[in-house]
Design a protein around this ligand. Sequence first.
Ligand code: AMP
Ligand code: GLY
Length: 437
Amino acid sequence: MAKVLVVGNYAREHALAWKLAQSPRVTKLYIAPGNGGTGNVAQDVPIAPTDIPKLIEFALDEKIDITVVASDDPLAMGIVDAFTARGLKIFGPTKAAAQIEASKGFAKKIMQENRIPTAKFETFDNYEKALEYVKNQSLPIVIKADGLALGKGVTIAATFEEAEATLKKIMVEKVFGESGSRVVIEEFLKGEEFSAHAFTDGKTFVMFPPSQDHKAIYEGDKGPNTGGIGTIAPLTWVGAQNMQIVAERVVAPALEALRKAGTPFQGLLYPGLMMTAEGSNPVKSADADHGIKTIEFNSRFGDPECESYMRLLKTDLLDVIEACIEGTLENVSIAWNSGFACCVILCSGGYPGNYEKGKEITGIEEAEKMSDVVVFHAGTKMENGKLVTSGGRVLGVTAIGATLEDALKKAYEAAAKIHFEGVYYRKDIGVKSLNRV
Ligand code: AMP
Ligand code: GLY
């Protein structure tokens, strides 16, 4: 029996709480702070995810048995270290281990030292030297602020002028603050992105089936990147052999490096990967990576990958989370439902640029009456008894089905029942994969 606290306010955390609420061992479930929809599965607690002292006070007062964190900011701030120091059990990596996401330079160093396949790169803390380096590279070139930058720290520069302007913005004008005192400049990888997730207790890890996010705002992967506005899982074209390569060449060496450094990673490791054109080449040597390159490591569940994954996970999530914390993951077998899941994110018009908030949302109940449909909330809140928009990504409409086509059809039918002024969503989530099989 356990009292559980989920920290966060996105659709990802709503999905985690939704899944945890199904555990017969969860006696009381809280979410801090939650959003306009999380109240249907957990009790909302008005504490910000980054207010670590208040969260600790709450966890001690309420005798919380397990806390679950999936947002990068509190992890990078050391929420896990602070909870552990007070004897509180918490799912997620320590501040030191979370550096694998919080510092791109740190992640690249681990990849380089452990021969984890990734784009060629150099790290700079001097603007003139960075500029000099860019002059001799082929275009496009990828420029990344070292630290967390709300998902906006990556620029793919098509011209030298754009690269110069980007470096100036990050390193001289410091638009991302100290996150930009260091930059990683790397080779542009061409191919198709996919996501891997692994539960780990620091020693053992268990891979999820592969999934795919859709980052660009417009159909056909056009327009600026968002935090992610649609996912499908599993991604059949990646295949078991490729996932074995991800496990052996990407996840295992990264976890081993962190363990050897005395900072084992416990929680959820999510490498973002690129299947490059080389991917279709035959294996050249035992060391071949089949053209799979690591774009980055995240130290938490993907959003909206998590929303699709929670619809497919069969095993009690509390059992897995507890095993990760206790170091007993090798004793747990993780099962997935057959079939497919998808998540279509409904956005505020204008996102990822400027958008208006406070628009009334209707139709969720109608959508959820459909079988196999669950709607997770992200940017929503209750205002004067009405549910209104309060963010760029507003809702994650999820569906499951025997086939991917079936899941997508249900999600889009459900999405069409939901209304708010300016609502926007991509109509082609999963279409590329449908066309592939
Ligand atoms: P990151 O924050 O590192 O995940 O980068 C955000 C997005 O930028 C990724 O999801 C990719 O779409 C893109 N990206 C990052 N690095 C590269 C690269 N080396 N080549 C091509 N695209 C990249
Ligand atoms: N799916 C993108 C992210 O969570 O970073």
